[in-house]
Structures are given as C-alpha cells and as structure tokens.
Design a binder for this molecule. Structure first.
Ligand code: ZN
Length: 308
C-alpha cells in the first residue's frame, strides 16, 4: 500500500522533511543538516538515505522537493545557497531510488510554500493564490488553477525582483538595484528607515538605537511614532504597488504574507490594503489579504502537495 507522501524542503543550512498521509496530515517531521561541501553534491543522497531510515520505500506514493532557486521541468537551474549550478534533481533522485515506482516532483521553495498554504494552510482549497514571503529576502509564489507557476525560465513568481524603487536604488543580491526585496524584506525595511533617518530632523525613539531591526520599526509605528509610521507607509506602498501588478495579472483568490516580517500581523495587512485599493480600482474593490499559517512547515506541506 502506498500510504505516505514525503515533503522535503532543502534550505541552505537544514533540510526539513515531513511524512504525510494521503489526506495531507503531517505524521512526522525531522531535519538533517545541509551538507554543502563539494558543491552540494551529497545533498540528494543524504535526503534519500534519511527517508530510507524512517519510512519503507514501497509505502511511499511520492517525494516532493522544494529548493532555493529557479526550477524548470525537474531541473534546478541554479541554487547558490546549496552550491549548485544546473542540477538535474528529479533525475538524480530517481537514480538514487533505483527502480522504485513513485512520483517525484521538484519546485522552487517560494512557490512550494504557497502550495503548502493551499494544501493545509491559510489558502486551503483556493485555486489562485499569491504568496509573499518577507524574510531576509523576498520570495514570491504563485499558484494558478491549483498549479505552481514555473514559467518558461523557471522564474514564475519571482516578483521579489521586480524593480519597484527608483528613489533609494539599494543594491539587490540578484545584481540589480531597487528590487522589491531591497525595500520590503527585513533588511530592506531597515535600509529604508536608516536612509530616512538621515534626512529626518524631528524626534523618534529610533534615534537612541545604534542598530535596529524591522520589528523595532513596526513596534514603534504601532505605538504611534510618526517617523516609523512614515517608514512603514512607504514600505506598504512598495508592497501594494508590486502586488497590484501581480493581482491585475492573475487575479488571485487571496494574497498571503509569510516570513518573519509578516509577524507584524494585521497592522501590516491594513497598511498594505490602504495603498493597494487605489492601484486596483475600479476592477477590484476588496482584495483578500491574509497571513500565512504554516510558518516554517509551509515548505514540507507544499512539497508533499506536489505529489499528492
Ligand atoms: Zn533583485
């Protein structure tokens, strides 16, 4: 009997694994360190060995894998955090499994996280979903008609790298400047605040900190500090503008916020909504925004969804 789905979320420091029943209930989860030595060539074998050590292979219906990089037809085009160049991951995993008859699927981690929320999270049952993971970087994921948008170049959903800011033009990790990521990730929000702070003559509690986090900026904004409110207002406008482009392109049922920055919660949603409305009217009056609910497990849920 094929009783289980395995979801694997390969990150730069740890690989998370989850064993699910066919209804998508998480039965067991564990993680192993990511071995990035030799350009990450041991990672796939480590993953399969780890699954072998816990689950009978003939009981597995499929293994889904999420990776931090663009993916096209089971091929990872590159994953800098794993030390990978172009990697035929689906083929490699299939070879490691020998003749086992099971499904294997590979997806980009941000898209896979969005799929996880569709499977068992905040967008359960939705067909069209946009998810923004606001962490150290900005990951974008799009599910359209229940499927991940991979695109012609494996970069479907990479709206974290739409060039949106023409004021600060902070350098992005991707090599460009002014990407959404540079002004709305946790690092980006701090960059905007620091830059605005240099120009600001008034009083703000931020002045008493040598360094501060995005959370501090949110906390002071929520507590009523006008300077921090201006910073969040600016950040929310970038997010709203980028999301309006995505929304008028695919018209999602719901837009989800995940990642560390989304812990700012309803306050973040309210600020983005305020700016979003004028960008999408008169076509959409009330957009549906929500917070992702699966946290760090979204990746394993979504990977399992790929082979459900
Ligand atoms: Zn970029």
């Amino acid at each position: 009997m094929k009783d289980y789905l395995i979801g694997v979320d390969i990150g730069g420091t740890t690989v998370k694994l989850g064993k699910f029943n066919l209804d998508g209930v998480l039965l067991e989860k564990w993680d192993i360190p990511t071995n990035r030595s030799d350009h990450g060539r041991h990672i796939a074998k480590d993953v399969i060995d780890s699954i072998y050590s816990r689950v009978r292979m003939d009981a597995i219906k499929g293994i889904g894998l999420g990776v931090p990089g663009p993916v096209k037809d089971g091929i990872v085009l590159r994953a800098v955090n794993l030390g990978w160049g172009k990697t035929h991951l689906e083929e490699t995993v299939r070879a490691l499994l020998g003749n086992q008859d099971l499904e294997i699927a590979v997806g980009n981690d941000a898209n896979v996280a969005a799929a996880g929320e569709v499977f068992q999270g905040a967008a359960k049952g939705c067909r069209n979903v946009v998810m923004l993971t606001l962490g150290t970087g900005v990951g974008g994921g799009i599910i359209q008609d229940g499927k991940l948008i991979e695109g012609a170049h494996g970069v479907g959903g990479e709206f974290g790298h739409i060039v949106i800011d023409t004021t600060h033009k902070f350098a992005c990790n991707c090599g460009k400047a002014g990407c959404l990521e540079t002004v709305t990730s946790a690092t980006g929000i701090v960059n905007v605040a620091k830059k605005r702070l240099l120009e600001f003559k008034g009083e703000t509690p931020l002045h008493s900190f040598e360094s501060f986090s995005a959370k501090k900026v949110f906390d002071f904004a929520k507590a009523g500090d006008p300077f921090c409110q201006t910073v969040i207002d600016e950040v929310a406008d970038y997010l709203a503008y980028a999301l309006s482009i995505v929304t008028l392109s695919i018209d999602p049922d719901v837009i989800l916020f995940g990642g560390g920055v989304s812990l700012a919660g309803e306050y973040l949603i309210e600020q983005v909504k305020k700016h979003f409305r004028p960008y999408v009217e008169p076509f959409i009056h009330e957009a549906n925004f929500a917070l992702a609910t699966l946290g760090n497990d979204a990746g394993i849920y979504g990977a399992a969804y790929l082979v459900r």
